[in-house]
Design a protein. Structure first.
Length: 117
């Protein structure tokens, strides 16, 4: 089970850190990812990270502003979001998949990030 937290209202240019904790399962074995879905839009991949914090991927729209990281001892993945823009407003979801799986298999409940002045 994945539990995401850390969303909220922030002004443009501000920062937020999202957290997602996994209960049950072998966290260290999973590829972890963050996705987002804005109103009226399709869900998009934001970032993902391999089990050893290597093989990180970022969407072009967030590269250089967002950083994904993980703490395997705490079964938690983070998304540090800096220089936030109004277009970053969305519900953010964390997800997990086994390395050999093509698609993400487990999803958190989502946390709302609103960037507005």
């Amino acid at each position: 089970q994945l539990q995401a937290s850390g969303g909220g209202l922030v002004q443009p240019g501000g920062s937020l850190r999202l957290s997602c904790a996994l209960s049950g399962g072998s966290f260290i074995a999973y590829v972890m990812g963050w996705f987002r879905q804005a109103p009226g839009e399709e869900r998009e991949s934001v970032a993902r990270i391999g089990w050893n914090s290597g093989n990180s991927y970022y969407a072009a729209s967030v590269k250089g502003r967002f950083t994904i990281s993980r703490d395997n001892a705490k079964n938690t993945v983070y998304l540090q979001m800096n220089s936030l823009k109004p277009e970053d407003t969305a519900v953010y979801y964390c997800a997990a998949r086994r390395p050999q799986a093509r698609d993400f298999e487990s999803w958190g409940q989502g946390t709302l990030v609103t960037v507005s002045s």
